[in-house]
Ligand binder design. Structure first.
Ligand SMILES: [Fe+2]
Ligand SMILES: [Fe+2]
Length: 297
């Protein structure tokens, strides 16, 4: 099969297995995309991890611990897929720590209150599941397969987040303000989450059918699914321009794409601190790897 034949095959819904022939460009695009996903799962636990000890009840601590474990599990699964494509996991972790590879914008921001924990589990996971559901039809079959388990767990995270938010919204004025204040800070990063509105026909990741939907399509789906729920809870979305047109399309204030670029290239408010945390823990656990790998050898 040549490159053109391969492109036509994946565009018509064909799927590729690890040992199948694939063009180099496709392999490189897959590695970059999937590696960023794995990095995001791994870095995404750091903002939540800070709240395990501060969670208000035992049940909340247990739920948050379980969610953090799920996310680390997702990272493990996804790094294995990258590894099968030819990039060792050790290299992925080294590139993450050195800032050579990227992770999602939302994980570069601080979590200031318990309200943030609810907003992350509900709305960040909701934005993520929209992207991940579209990966169930990814042209690279091993990635599409693991997405089934991941999507199932992400749906559960959303329920957990919604429960945290609902409890706060049914509480005191102070608790409601906590949620509103967290939503105000998280709205801009959420609107940037799916990326700039590059047309699907110009997006190579869509052309290779690695992703099966365009960025703007994903954002519209997020707005359509969640803005009505946010309003129903009595919360205000901090965007005066936000409205649903007669034809069903959501209008909104254009996000600051320069901020997105700056954040994902390593200049977010928490980027340096979180990468430093990863570097230190990797150093501290190096002896475990050397003992286990020496055993295995
Ligand atoms: Fe996850
Ligand atoms: Fe999740």
């Amino acid at each position: 099969m040549d490159e053109q034949g391969f492109l036509e095959y994946v565009q018509s819904g064909g799927q590729v297995e690890t040992d199948d022939w694939m063009p180099d460009e496709y392999r490189q695009k897959l590695i970059k995309f999937i590696e960023m996903h794995a990095n995001s799962e791994l870095m995404g636990v750091l903002p939540e991890r800070e709240w395990i000890l501060r969670a208000p009840t035992l049940q909340r601590k247990l739920a948050l611990t379980a969610k953090v474990q799920d996310e680390v599990g997702h990272a493990q699964l996804i790094y294995r897929v990258v590894e099968d494509l030819g990039k060792p996991r050790e290299q992925c972790l080294a590139d993450l720590i050195s800032g050579t590879s990227k992770f999602h914008n939302v994980f570069h921001y601080p979590t200031r209150t318990w309200g943030d924990v609810g907003v992350i589990a509900w709305l960040v996971d909701a934005a993520a599941i929209i992207s991940q559901k579209a990966l169930l039809k990814c042209s690279y079959a091993p990635y599409a397969r693991i997405m089934k388990k991941i999507c199932w767990e992400e749906s559960f995270h959303i329920l957990h987040g919604r429960d945290v938010i609902l409890t706060l919204m049914l509480g005191t004025d102070g608790q409601r303000e906590l949620v509103q204040e967290a939503l105000n800070r998280w709205w801009a990063p959420l609107m940037m989450f799916h990326g700039n509105p590059i047309p699907a026909e110009n997006d190579p990741v869509v052309q290779w059918r690695i992703k099966t939907q365009g960025n703007e399509e994903a954002r519209q789906q997020f707005l359509d699914g969640y803005v009505p729920q946010i309003w129903e809870l009595g919360l205000t979305v901090p965007d005066p321009k936000l409205r649903r047109r007669e034809d069903g399309v959501w209008e909104y204030t254009e996000p600051d794409w320069d901020e997105l670029r700056s954040v994902v290239t390593g200049h977010g408010p928490m980027t340096a601190e979180r990468l430093e945390f990863r570097r230190v823990t990797r150093e501290e656990t190096a002896w475990v790897r050397s003992v286990v790998l020496a055993e295995a050898a």
